[in-house]
Design a binder for this molecule. Structure first.
Ligand code: FAD
Length: 286
């Protein structure tokens, strides 16, 4: 099943993200998490990748396991530092495994500078499509990509990524919905009209936050900071508050016409399940 067909079906979607074990860690550790997540019946499961150009780190196996549980998988593929041959081998493996959906990503530039066949995700997108019948998605940044000199330039490159064949976009996490609404407006003004899947990170652990802000530059609204300040020393209360905040954010998004939501669930099916239970009437067959 191609994800673009799900997104264009006229129904809202709720999807989940998993990260696979590292290459040297056993795949078996991840399988119960895949099963539990699949049991929640998300529209699709995306599987991150840290290994440039390859399915190393078990991305392929976790994606296959999700599909084995009857949930379409979206395999992330990173081009920074990757030779064309490695990317082509990965695409052959994905095709052989029946995985049609790929999230084409550049990846972060290492301190020693860029390397590899493709400098940008747009080039990877065009290449993937030249190699087979894939549905290719891409990343987007409601607060601008951290390397971008300005939002307008970032949006020009995003438009180019879509023109290169990117069928849908998944956003970086955000905690203030107004940031997304503003971004969607600017996207449309640029003529970018592919489906946008809003990425929601349920923060259930106060330690996550410093890392999130450092990595993504995401701004934290006062209401969110107050929750963390109040509950950070009580993990059970923090988890409950994080689920409630994410639920609230999603209800507001859906009420304002954003119908595709992606949960950055950090391999925690209990958290994903808590949010999905809260939304069971809003996404009846998520
Ligand atoms: P690009 O689209 O190539 O953009 C990167 C930067 O280059 C932007 O500033 C853009 O404006 C600029 N740019 C684009 N095209 C051009 C051009 N032609 N000329 C000049 N500048 C240009 N990382 C991982 O390692 N593994 C993952 O699994 C992963 N999953 C992710 C999932 C999502 C939904 C998101 C939002 C991010 C994910 N990332 C992942 C992080 C991502 O790899 C980094 O944010 C990376 O820095 C940018 O990747 P990109 O695909 O957005 O790059």
């Amino acid at each position: 099943m191609k994800i673009i067909d799900l997104l264009n079906s006229g129904r809202g979607t709720l999807s989940c993200e998993l990260f696979p074990p590292k290459a040297h860690q056993p795949l078996a550790d991840a399988l119960p998490i895949v099963r539990e997540t699949a049991r929640l019946r998300p529209a699709f499961i995306s599987v991150t990748n840290g290994a440039a150009g390859s399915t190393g780190g078990h991305t392929l196996e976790v994606a296959q396991a999700a599909q084995g549980e009857g949930v379409p998988a979206l395999a992330h593929l990173v081009c920074m530092g990757a030779a064309r041959s490695a990317i082509d081998q990965t695409l052959d493996q994905l095709q052989a495994a029946g995985i049609q959906n790929v999230l084409a990503l550049r990846g972060d530039v290492p301190p020693e500078g860029p390397s590899g066949q493709f400098a940008h995700a747009s080039q990877l997108t065009a290449h993937i499509l030249s190699r087979g019948d894939f549905c290719v998605g891409g990343a987007c940044y409601p607060e601008g990509h951290p390397e971008s000199p300005c939002m307008d330039k970032d949006l020009d490159y995003l438009r180019h990524k879509v023109d290169s064949g990117c069928a849908f976009l998944t956003t970086q996490m955000f905690f203030d919905n107004n940031i997304l609404y503003n971004f969607m407006f600017r996207l449309l003004k640029k003529g970018v009209d592919v489906p946008v899947v809003a990425g929601i990170m349920p923060v259930t652990n106060a330690r996550q936050i410093g890392r999130i802000v450092k990595l993504s530059g995401t701004s934290l609204p006062a209401r969110f900071r107050a929750i963390v300040d109040r509950f950070q020393d009580n993990p059970a209360a923090m988890a409950q508050a994080g689920i409630a905040y994410a639920t609230d954010q999603i209800i507001d998004l859906v009420a304002n016409g954003v119908s595709h939501i992606h949960l950055y669930t950090m391999n925690k099916p209990m958290i994903a399940g808590g949010i999905m239970k809260n939304l069971s009437e809003i996404f009846p067959c998520a």
